[in-house]
Ligand binder design. Structure first.
Ligand SMILES: *Cc1c(COP(=O)(O)O)cnc(C)c1O
Length: 220
């Protein structure tokens, strides 16, 4: 199957209200162009410099999403054009995004990445620490960022019950903090190539699919 066929197959299976982010990290501008010509407009990347060079090469009606861990000193590369940052996991990072967005006279949409996986290595907020910051009002002082929802990466396992439990915990956490953020807190980013049908069943509104569209890649 071609990239276009694979993307169309996934798209036709998606219920209303679920957005597909095509994760194109490591793949060439030509591969992205093929998906673009097939109608896909939202692409996810995980490295800021790679993201910036693809932005420069490709049509400007693409919505670029940053899905990987973001270092504060790299925010400047993507601030002028990024549509959504999925991976906000500290107040310090949010401060830098707010400042860089301000310089570009933009408001940048962000998601709070919450740690739900059983592995230690996964990134994201510890939920209790996040809840403390939320209750303390730490998110209300930013003028150039808008917190649009939550994101998680589930445990990397074949065991469906574990993955389902991760997704359900994200939903429960989301529901607990949602009242602090208002009506535009409406994005739940969960589900990747191996687990997106389950994520949708659990309430995902945005899935991030890479290898199932573009094939194997050289780094995670
Ligand atoms: C790479 C990546 C994906 C896509 O993974 P696939 O298994 O290839 O679909 C999704 N989300 C994040 C955060 C990623 O880094």
């Amino acid at each position: 199957m071609s990239i276009t066929e694979r993307i169309n197959k996934i798209r036709t299976e998606l219920p209303d209200g679920v957005t597909l982010v095509a994760v194109s990290k490591t793949h060439s501008a030509e591969a992205i162009r093929e998906a673009y010509d097939g109608g896909q407009r939202i692409f996810g990347e995980s490295r800021p410099q790679e993201l910036k060079s693809k932005y420069e090469l490709l049509p400007h009606d693409i919505e670029w999403h940053m899905i990987g861990h973001l270092q504060t000193n790299k925010v400047k590369y993507i601030a002028p054009f990024i549509s959504l940052i999925h991976s906000v996991d500290s107040i310090r990072l949010l401060e830098v995004i707010d400042r860089e967005a301000g310089k570009c006279e933009r408001v940048i949409d962000c998601l709070l990445e919450i740690h739900v996986a059983r592995e230690e290595s996964k990134t994201g907020w510890d939920y209790n620490e996040l809840l403390e910051e939320v209750q303390r009002g730490s998110f209300s002082r930013f003028e150039n960022v808008r917190i649009r929802g939550v994101m998680c990466i589930a445990t990397n396992t074949e065991d469906e019950n574990t993955v389902r439990d991760d997704f359900e915990r994200l939903i429960a956490y989301r529901n607990e903090v949602a009242p602090y953020f208002g009506k535009t807190f409406d994005v739940i980013s969960m589900g990747m190539s191996d687990d997106y049908p389950l994520a949708i069943e659990c309430g995902s509104t945005m899935i991030r699919v890479g290898s199932k569209i573009f094939g194997h890649r050289s780094y995670k």
